[in-house]
Design a protein. Structure first.
Length: 608
């Protein structure tokens, strides 16, 4: 299912809830250009579903005997065989075992929303990482739920969340439970959220990394276990979707996914996006030729138009850079005409020890993760200072993210620092950055990574640090799954083979590659062109300058962001453009948030 809206209240407030609910339906239809595929209304709850752009997704499924209904978002798989499309069986299982037991039987990228007619309460089951975004908003007599923060904000007056907005404008993502609005909060990961008609909602975590053993799978056992998990995941995807298309780039993760699909015997094709001569594209073309796969190349050199950026708003709610996602939207729109689901390699980096270099020389030590070092090296490092906030409101990004990391990792102090790093990476970056992309794309058509399956993720997390360092685990995995892929060089010029004395000569590009990375950090390029933007297109700020609608949005005296940033700061920012990617990136984020706020203002007349 692409989207949903649900409201819960006591029966005596049914009339008021109905007015609010139908106002929300109007917002969805106008702002997102989608009509509901199904509506369920009772005296205690109202719910509606909206299909994906490709028309897929089952509407809310009711049980006549109990008055219970179920909505399945994303792409879920049940351990006993049912999967997305089998919502009737999932509802029956819930009626037998309840929400907590059901949660432990699911895997994939999903959120399951259940309205229990017997107890008159709604349950929302979120996936392990909370990548399938869902939000809640309290109102005077109940709670509203949706996977659209914008739809919830449009139900009534809202105030901007200064922390969430600053996180977005400076880093491109928001964290913890924040949205643009103080009244709208994201539901947490790996939890059963209970929303009753009376009283406060509650959250019960059904899964935690604290229950795993960091050294459980070692040596050949680890490779065999991860290989079997990936093959099983590929087979399950193939059984549910007859026409999958897999990303295939020059790196490790998509290569491992494609290798698993090849070995599982599932029919599929591959795709790569990027400039024709980029290493990703040229390597992927050779890999597809080696495997005998039908391969599609989608160029990304054409600039994104303003109309395409506005279309991105219909699935992102403005929570992702509209210009950046406009290109993603355009790419997937081409693919969904021919295929049933998009398969990618996200989460594969967990098996490769991602960001562990920040832990050197104590990689794998059982000591508390240095939150400030991680915050400075990754989360705050990309923070743009191009748009200054008032001094009293400006976040010290290093301290801010260090606090988030410490709160997120509370209770994991006795685990290896690599385990703590993995947890922070999953619950921060993958939940909010990757999850925002995936949640947006899922409104177009199904998208999924086999590395996100609970079985695959748990195996990856329970392999010792010494075996995952340097992508050692994935190198051995590729040899096991598809040796030809392990033998063919990555986009950096060296092969993803386990390093031995016999093949050491093939890794001469490694010091060259990492040397260039170090130099790039010490002497960052300024004003470098974006290779995917087109050689003569110019940045969006220049290309959109003649567009009247953009001119109106970016007029400092009238910008809604002025209440948060200040008119003077906006004027300096817009009239004195800086050089380089940091300024241009901030400019498109400002445009995205301002467009969202204007769109929200346009629905004020619909608010009861």
């Amino acid at each position: 299912m692409g989207s949903f809206l649900a409201l819960v209240s006591r029966p005596e407030h049914q009339a008021e809830r109905a007015r609010l609910f139908h106002s929300g339906l109007g917002t969805f239809q106008q702002a997102k250009s989608r009509a509901p595929s199904g509506v369920v209304e009772a005296d205690w709850a109202s719910a509606a579903t909206f299909p994906r752009l490709n028309g897929s997704g089952a509407p809310a499924l009711p049980d006549a005997a109990t008055g219970t209904w179920l909505i399945g978002l994303g792409t879920w798989f049940h351990r006993d065989g049912p999967r997305s499309g089998d919502e009737a069986r999932l509802l029956q299982r819930y009626l037998e075992v309840g929400a907590e037991e059901l949660a432990n039987e699911l895997e994939g990228f999903f959120a399951v929303v259940i309205g229990d007619g017997r107890s008159r309460e709604v349950f929302v089951v979120t996936d392990l990482v909370g990548s399938c975004h869902c939000y809640a908003r309290p109102w005077e007599h109940g709670t509203a739920l949706s996977n659209s923060s914008f739809a919830l904000a449009a139900l009534g007056p809202v105030s901007l969340d200064p922390v969430g907005c600053q996180e977005f404008l400076r880093t491109g993502s928001m964290y913890e439970d924040r949205t643009f609005y103080q009244e709208v909060r994201k539901l947490g990961p790996a939890a059963v959220h209970r929303i009753p008609t009376v009283g406060q909602r509650s959250e019960n975590r059904y899964w935690s990394m604290g229950g795993l053993s960091p050294d459980r799978f070692q040596g050949a056992t680890a490779v065999t276990r991860l290989s079997e998990d990936l093959l099983r995941a590929a087979a399950r995807v193939g059984s549910a979707f007859p026409r999958p298309v897999c990303d295939l780039t020059g790196g490790y993760d998509s290569r491992a996914v494609v290798a698993a699909f090849l070995k599982s015997g599932v029919p599929f094709e591959t795709v790569v996006t990027g400039p024709a001569l980029s290493p990703d594209v040229t390597v992927s073309r050779d890999l597809a030729r080696i495997a005998g796969l039908r391969h599609t190349h989608i160029s990304t050199t054409e600039p994104v138009s303003w109309e395409q950026a506005k279309r991105a708003f219909t699935v992102t709610d403005g929570e992702y850079d509209l210009v950046e996602y406009g290109r993603v939207f355009r790419n997937h729109e081409q693919l969904l005409q021919r295929y049933d689901i998009s398969i990618n390699g996200s989460f594969g980096e967990i098996a490769r020890g991602y960001w562990w270099e920040l832990l050197f020389p104590q990689i794998g030590a059982r000591q508390i993760l240095d939150a400030r070092r991680v915050a400075a090296g990754r989360y705050a490092a990309t923070g743009s200072p191009s748009l200054p906030f008032p001094p009293e409101a400006t976040l010290d990004l290093v301290s801010h993210f260090a606090g988030i990391i410490e709160r997120t990792n509370a209770g994991l102090d006795l685990f290896p620092n690599t385990f703590q790093m993995d947890h922070a990476y999953l619950m921060l970056r993958m939940q909010r950055w990757q999850g925002r992309i995936a949640s947006s794309t899922d409104q177009l058509w199904p998208c999924l990574s086999p590395f996100m399956f609970r079985s695959v993720l748990e195996t990856s997390l329970q392999v010792p640090a010494r075996e995952r360092r340097g992508s050692g685990l994935v190198r051995r995995l590729l040899v096991d799954l598809y040796p030809s892929f392990a033998n063919f060089p990555l986009e950096h010029g060296y092969p993803p083979l386990p390093v031995t004395w016999r093949n050491l000569h093939r890794f001469w590009p490694v010091p060259v590659y990492y040397g260039k990375r170090v130099l790039a950090k010490v002497f960052p390029a300024r004003g470098a062109a974006n290779p995917s933007a087109g050689a003569n297109s110019g940045p969006p700020r220049v290309r959109f300058a003649p567009v009247g609608e953009v001119q109106d949005l970016m007029r400092p005296t009238e910008m809604r962001l002025g209440a948060l940033v200040g008119e003077a700061a906006l004027t300096r920012f817009l009239e004195g453009p800086g050089a380089g990617g940091s300024y241009e990136q901030t400019w498109t984020r400002v445009l995205s948030l301002e467009y969202t706020l204007r769109a929200l203002e346009g629905f004020a007349c619909h608010q009861p």
